[in-house]
Ligand binder design. Structure first.
Ligand code: FES
Length: 362
C-alpha cells in the first residue's frame, strides 16, 4: 500500500502555472465535455502538470488545476492522492518503477530489486545527481516479458541483474537505450523462436481457398501424407467424420399389405361389418402392394398405410380391451361379441350398418 502524502514544505515550490502549451492542451480536453462538466478533464490536467514539473505534483500545481477547472481544491487533492500514477514527491530524472507482482517475482524481480537498492538506494530516494529514483509497484501488464521495469514512459523487459545494470549505466551516460525486451526476443514471442504456426505453407498463399475443394470434389480422397495445414483439414477424412445419410433415412416403412376388408377377405376371413361385404372382392378397396407395381417403393400416399397409434385409457377414449372385443383364440370371427374394426367408435349419429352411398338414419 502506497503512502499518499504531499511532499514536505521545504521541497514545495511557491507557485505553479501551466505552460502555454499545456494551457492549449487543457482547453482541448475541456472542450470534449458539456458546459459545466469541465471537471471531467481533471486527470489529463494533473498528468500534464506533473510532466511539466519534472515528474511530480506539488501542492501549487494541484491548486492551479483546481482554479483552472473551477473545482474545490479538496476535490482535485482527492484525485491526486488516490491514483498512484501521480507522484506527490520529487522523483529522479529517470523514475524506475519495478514490478514486484508474482510473475515478475518468480522470474527474478527480487534480484532486480537488489540492483536498485545497491545502485540507487532506498525506495523514493533520489540520487545525489538527481538522475534516479525507484519504486516497487504492482503488475504493469507485461507479465509475458517478466521481470520488467518501467522507466518514465517506457517498458524494459526480460531483464536480468546484468541487463538492468547496463541499462542504468547507459541512461546515466546518455547512451541510447532501446525499450522493450532486453534479451533479443521480439515482443512476447517464445524465447528461442516461434514454436507454432511454423508451416511455411500457411504464409505463401497456397492454401487460400483450399476449403472449397470439399464441395467441388465428388468423392473425398484421404489426405496425402504431404498435405499439411488447411489442405489436410479441407480434404482429409477421419474416424469422427459423419457418414452420408441414406436417401430413405427417417421415412416411415410402408407395409406390403394393409389391413383392408378386401385383403382380409382374400385371406379367408369373413367380414363382420356388412358394409365391408360390399367392399370385399373390390380390388379398388385393397391397398395391397403387388411386387413390381408402380406404387412399390414410393413414399406412403394415404393414412391407410400407417399403423394407428393405440389410444390410451387415461385419455378417456375407447380401447378395444376395455370393451372386451379382443377375439378369443379359436373363436370364429362371426362369434365375436362386437365388431373389431373400430366402427363402433364412429361419431354419434353415424350408422355403422349403413351401406356406402346411403345416407345415415336420422
Ligand atoms: S507481474 Fe510484472 S508485469 Fe505483470
Amino acid at each position: 500500500m502506497s503512502v499518499r502524502r504531499l511532499a514536505p514544505d521545504d521541497v514545495q515550490p511557491a507557485s505553479f502555472a501551466l505552460s502555454p502549451e499545456n494551457e492549449r492542451f487543457l482547453a482541448a480536453q475541456v472542450a470534449k465535455y458539456p458546459e459545466g462538466r469541465q471537471a471531467s478533464a481533471v486527470i489529463p490536467a494533473l498528468w500534464q502538470a506533473q510532466k511539466q514539473h519534472g515528474g511530480w505534483l506539488p501542492r501549487a500545481a494541484i491548486e492551479a488545476v483546481a482554479v483552472r477547472l473551477g473545482m474545490p481544491v479538496i476535490r482535485v487533492m482527492e484525485v491526486a492522492t488516490f491514483y498512484t500514477m501521480f507522484n506527490l514527491e520529487p522523483v529522479g530524472r529517470y523514475f524506475v518503477q519495478l514490478c514486484g507482482t508474482v510473475p515478475c517475482h518468480v522470474k527474478g524481480a527480487l534480484d532486480l530489486k537488489q540492483v536498485l537498492l545497491d545502485r540507487v538506494g532506498d525506495e523514493r530516494h533520489v540520487t545525489a545527481d538527481g538522475l534516479f529514483s525507484w519504486l516497487e509497484v504492482e503488475c504493469l501488464g507485461a507479465c509475458c516479458n517478466a521481470p520488467m521495469v518501467q522507466i518514465n514512459d517506457d517498458y524494459y523487459e526480460d531483464l536480468t541483474p546484468d541487463l538492468l545494470v547496463k541499462l542504468l549505466d547507459d541512461l546515466a551516460t546518455g547512451r541510447p537505450v532501446k525499450p522493450g525486451p532486453q534479451n533479443g526476443r521480439v515482443s512476447s514471442e517464445p524465447e528461442g523462436g516461434p514454436t507454432t504456426l511454423s508451416d511455411p505453407a500457411l504464409f505463401d498463399g497456397s492454401l487460400v481457398g483450399a476449403w472449397r475443394s470439399r464441395f467441388e470434389e465428388p468423392a473425398v480422397a484421404p489426405a496425402s501424407p504431404a498435405a499439411t495445414g488447411e489442405t489436410a483439414a479441407a480434404t482429409g477424412t477421419g474416424p469422427g467424420d459423419p457418414k452420408a445419410a441414406k436417401p430413405d433415412a427417417g421415412r416411415p416403412v410402408e407395409r406390403g399389405v394393409a389391413d383392408a376388408p378386401a385383403q382380409r377377405a382374400a385371406n379367408g376371413e369373413a367380414p363382420l361389418n356388412p358394409a365391408e361385404r360390399a367392399d370385399q372382392g373390390n380390388p379398388a378397396k385393397a391397398t395391397a402392394v403387388e411386387p413390381g407395381s408402380p406404387s412399390q417403393g414410393r413414399p406412403p400416399q394415404s393414412e391407410k398405410s400407417y399403423t394407428a397409434t393405440p389410444a390410451k385409457p387415461e385419455e378417456g377414449r375407447l380401447v378395444a380391451d376395455d370393451k372386451g372385443t379382443s377375439p378369443v383364440a379359436g373363436t370364429a370371427p362371426e362369434a365375436a361379441p362386437t365388431r373389431r374394426d373400430g366402427s363402433d367408435t364412429k361419431p354419434v349419429g353415424a350408422d355403422p350398418d349403413a351401406s356406402p352411398g346411403v345416407a345415415p338414419k336420422e
